[in-house]
Design a protein around this ligand. Sequence first.
Ligand SMILES: [Fe+2]
Ligand SMILES: [Fe+2]
Length: 194
Amino acid sequence: MPLKNLNDLLIQEVRDLYSAEKQITKALPKMAKAATEPELTAAFEKHLEETKGQIELLDQVFGILGVTPRAKFCKGMEGLLAEGAELLEEQEKAEPAVLDAALIAAAQKVEHYEIASYGTVRSYAEQCGFNDAAKLLQQILDQESMTNENLTKLATTFVNKQAEQGQTGGSSTKGQTGGSSTKGQIGSTSTAGA
Ligand SMILES: [Fe+2]
Ligand SMILES: [Fe+2]
């Protein structure tokens, strides 16, 4: 169906997110199970519960927009989650702390996709005058940002350090040159897409 206006685009993007969240509820239990660090498992389990709640909030958003809740398959999320699944398949025997670091990286890519998308749809909802929908979308966006920050904290306070020790067991090969600080971790807060 051709998009006629921002309202149509808003509905389409919310349907994309509805699909993304449903895909995430299937992936998070596997990530929680694969994580070694109990705090990381707990973080994934907590976010699984939040994600289930987000699907209910999106049901309310659909109600406010006056359309039936329906998912439009999110290929972006499918790709991100496929990479995470591939990691778990290929790296069964990886050093546990390194696998934890990799799981955090995969999860943060998912969170950033969500942060960008929720920022965008929140702005669309505001522009279209759906203020109550905008508030619900902001509520979800805040949860995604908190999750992202929490993951950064786990990574930078100890998981990365443990992973580094795992890697350096045999002294010589240090993948990254240039000393301490190749900071992969996206520390900043809420960027909000639009
Ligand atoms: Fe989410
Ligand atoms: Fe999320």
